[in-house]
Design a protein around this ligand. Structure first.
Ligand code: ADP
Length: 495
């Protein structure tokens, strides 16, 4: 094998330590596969309150205790701790940057009381960004690649190309910036700029200035050596207009030649119906009937009557506008006239939590809702439902549709981002289809796709063949991880 690479993977969430969405899954799975391929990859994240030292066997790194880290006029102390992400096949070192004032609170980004972003998110992630580079300097560990993820880490790219440009340790380091969701950009008022510690010349259109504010995702995009997004279709969409680029479409267009879409994989060990310990009954494409036990358990859990012949639609999602809940809201009463059941697990915006709670009360025998975050229940829904609904307005990659395919739970999706790249329509292509796809973001088209799914469900043989095809799709990380390695190698060769 050629010389192994040293890679620092910087992220704001990673399972099992901290998770709000798909980024956490990616941040665990991708580094583990890269490690299995023989590279030295390490992860660094903030140490949130929920990350328990005892539970995760986290140790202090004595020489990295109380590092002074400037943040505007203030100097805050950051300490680094360490643990490992272990799987059967690999062990990846994880560093945690702690600071009582900034990270010791219940939620990662949002204040649960106000449901708004923490007002000091600029401080929290600027401190983290600088802390990451200071940690490397003190450790004396020289990364060939620093792989940044989303706005929380974008400042690092700008720091590396300015203040830290002459550091011998980073002399040959290249930066990859991955966009997991272009809607969240880390925009802060220009008054926050001095806290970045960047030279004033960086506050410009070609830097991180954004309509008079600062934009930390833009910092990542402008200063990275390569940009990736999490599916090929999303890479095109974000430069197509405001509805996908959220104001950064011009930057995405400008950076198109440096940008590549690499489809996320899924953790095929964690999401495997053959060995899943969180479901009622394991099953496989050869033993499909056993899936029914999960449907029974799921109905029981939601106090719904169990009937094998009634299609049960599952939803596991953040309750956010992005995910298409306004379409569900628009069509709810019409959907309820169809012979189906619906179970939803999710948390997020209050208006959708209220909508779903109301729906559950109104349609007691047809709708089950659990507001909250529940990993085990997410597994049971994937295993127990017949279909999985994801009518997203946009979807950078989406993991749930891949889990659904693996669990033989045919997805009903809008053709956008990773959904377009992973699900093929069964109505159009009965011999190869694995789900139901609709094009336009409107209630009528979603409703029509649900009706097509219900009609197909009645043809048991055709449905079972589609289930088996879906379950055999390979969305493991192996191929995608190789693409990242190729990209790392390519940019390392560039001057
Ligand atoms: P996003 O990152 O936009 O939220 P993805 O489909 O990429 O969407 O990933 C979502 C991940 O979060 C999946 O692993 C999904 O199972 C999980 N998830 C989302 N909401 C919940 C919830 N309420 N309870 C348990 N898991 C959830």
């Amino acid at each position: 094998m050629a010389k192994p690479l040293s890679i620092l993977f910087v992220t704001s969430e990673v399972i099992p330590f901290a998770k709000t969405g798909g980024l956490a899954d990616v941040s665990a799975a991708l580094p583990q596969v890269i490690r299995e391929l023989g590279h030295d990859i390490r992860i660094i994240i903030p140490k949130y309150a929920a990350v328990s030292d005892r539970k995760f066997k986290i140790h202090d790194i004595k020489r990295l205790t109380d590092m002074p880290i400037p943040l505007g006029d203030r100097v805050l102390l950051g300490s680094v701790k360490s643990s490992f992400l272990t799987s059967i096949k690999s062990k990846v070192q994880v560093y945690f940057i702690s600071n009582q004032e900034l990270y010791c609170r219940s939620d990662l980004y949002i204040d649960p009381k106000t449901k708004q972003a923490w007002p000091d998110n600029d401080d929290r992630f600027m401190f983290f960004s600088r802390g990451v580079l200071e940690t490397m300097l003190r450790l004396g560990w020289k990364p060939d690649i620093i792989h940044l993820n989303d706005w929380q880490t974008g400042l690092i790219a700008a720091l590396l190309k300015t203040e830290y440009a002459d550091e011998p340790l980073f002399k040959n380091t290249k930066v990859v910036f991955t966009v997991h969701n272009a809607a969240f950009q880390g925009v802060f008022p220009k008054e926050s700029f001095p806290k970045t510690g960047l030279p004033p010349k960086v506050f410009k259109t070609d830097g991180l200035e954004f309509h008079g504010d600062i934009n930390l995702m833009k910092a990542g995009l402008m200063y990275a050596d390569a940009i990736t997004t999490v599916s090929p279709t999303y890479a095109k969409e974000i430069r197509s207009g405001k509805e996908y680029g959220f104001g950064l479409e011009g930057v995405f267009k400008k950076k198109a030649r440096r940008t590549v879409g690499i489809l996320n994989g899924m953790d095929a060990q964690l999401w495997n119906p053959e060995v899943d310990t969180m479901i009622a009954q394991t099953y496989s494409a050869e033993k499909l009937d056993r899936k029914q036990e999960n449907k029974k358990a799921l109905c029981e859990r939601f106090h719904l009557p169990y009937d094998q012949t009634i299609p049960l639609i599952g939803v596991v999602s953040r309750l956010a506008e992005q995910k298409g809940f306004d379409l569900i809201e628009e069509k709810l009463d019409e959907l309820m006239k169809l012979d189906l059941q619906l179970v939803v697990l999710g948390s997020g915006e209050k208006r959708y939590e209220d909508l779903l709670t109301r729906a559950m009360k109104k349609y007691k025998k047809k709708v089950g809702v659990h507001i909250g975050f529940d990993e085990a229940l997410a597994h049971l829904i994937e295993a127990g439902a017949d279909m999985f609904l994801m009518p997203s307005k946009y979807e950078p990659c989406g993991l749930n549709q891949m889990y659904s395919l693996r669990y033989g739970t045919l997805p009903i999706v809008r053709s956008t981002g990773g959904l377009a790249d992973t699900v093929e329509d069964l109505t159009d292509r009965p011999k190869v289809g694995t789900g139901f796809v609709f094009e336009k973001y409107n209630g009528r088209q979603m409703f029509d796709a649900v009706k097509r799914a219900i009609a197909a469900f009645e043809d048991k043989n055709c449905w079972q063949s589609a289930m088996k095809r879906a379950m055999q799709k390979d969305f493991s990380w192996d191929a995608s991880a190789e693409k990242y390695i190729d990209l790392y190698k390519k940019i390392l060769k560039q001057k």
